[in-house]
Design a protein around this ligand. Structure first.
Ligand SMILES: [Zn+2]
Length: 250
């Protein structure tokens, strides 16, 4: 069906649900984008089954994980404004490896694609850095514009493991242009990171500094992150890892 002919939304592509007073995408939009949604998000096979409903609230840090999951639920629920525009603020999941940051980010991306029909992209930071670096080589098989365009244009992007690799200065500039470009275009970006933006880390020891993004991504990008993504901490110290191992060994 052509969107302009839709009897439900008159071609706007979204509808205000009077029962809940929330906006949602019209079914005509889903028809137009069907087939390019979940399969087209670029999610690696090992994460494709990640949903909020199967996120495991393990160990004695379950309260923090529950809060993180609730924050995700709320983010999804409020993602579309009453005028049909999308929430321009993203999320940044922060905490050590193995806590489920990527699980939650992927689950949110899939829910947004399924509920609202948004086009999204998942990208691993280390791969992105390597791919950008490769575009600077002579006779590069792929030019930078072709590499970055899908990430600039996607309605939602997940950048996994931000700061996992230190980019060269040229790559840093390109990363900033990409992320800042999404911010300027009011397109939300979700991040996961093992590192704190800056101030969330407790104490001012060298150890605390080593747990921040400082020096791993450009300072301009860190300050932009504060403006464009709401932090969700998954960092509580508990027996989570112990529990996880205990379960794996059963
Ligand atoms: Zn419609």
């Amino acid at each position: 069906m052509n969107g302009e002919d839709c009897e439900f939304c008159q071609g706007r592509g979204w509808i205000v649900d009077l029962a809940t007073n929330r906006a949602r995408r019209c079914t005509c939009h889903a028809t137009r984008v069907r087939g390019r949604r979940v399969d087209d998000l670029g999610i690696p096979p090992k994460y494709q089954g990640c949903r909020l409903t199967n996120f495991r609230l393990a160990g004695d840090v379950g309260d923090q994980l529950l809060t993180a999951r609730r924050d995700c639920d709320q983010y999804i629920e409020e993602f579309m404004e009453l005028d049909g525009s999308l929430n321009e603020t993203g999320l940044v999941f922060i905490g050590p490896s193995g806590r489920g940051k990527t699980h939650l980010a992927v689950a949110v991306l899939i829910e947004l694609a399924e509920q609202y029909g948004v086009g999204g992209r998942f990208v691993d930071f280390t791969s992105l850095v390597a791919d950008i670096q490769a575009t600077f080589q002579p006779n590069a098989p792929r030019n930078q514009a072709d590499l970055l365009r899908p990430l600039q244009e996607a309605e939602v992007v997940v950048v996994d493991e931000l700061g996992a690799r230190r980019p060269s200065p040229f790559v840093s500039d390109t990363l900033y242009l990409l992320i800042n470009g999404r911010y300027m275009a009011r397109r939300p970006t979700l991040f996961t990171s093992n590192f704190y933006l800056t101030s969330e880390a407790d104490g001012d020891s060298a150890d605390a500094a080593a747990r921040t993004l400082t020096g791993r991504v450009p300072a301009s990008l860190i300050s932009r992150l504060h403006q464009m993504a709401k932090p969700i901490l998954i960092d509580a110290v508990g027996d989570y890892r112990h529990e996880l191992q205990a379960h794996q060994h059963r």
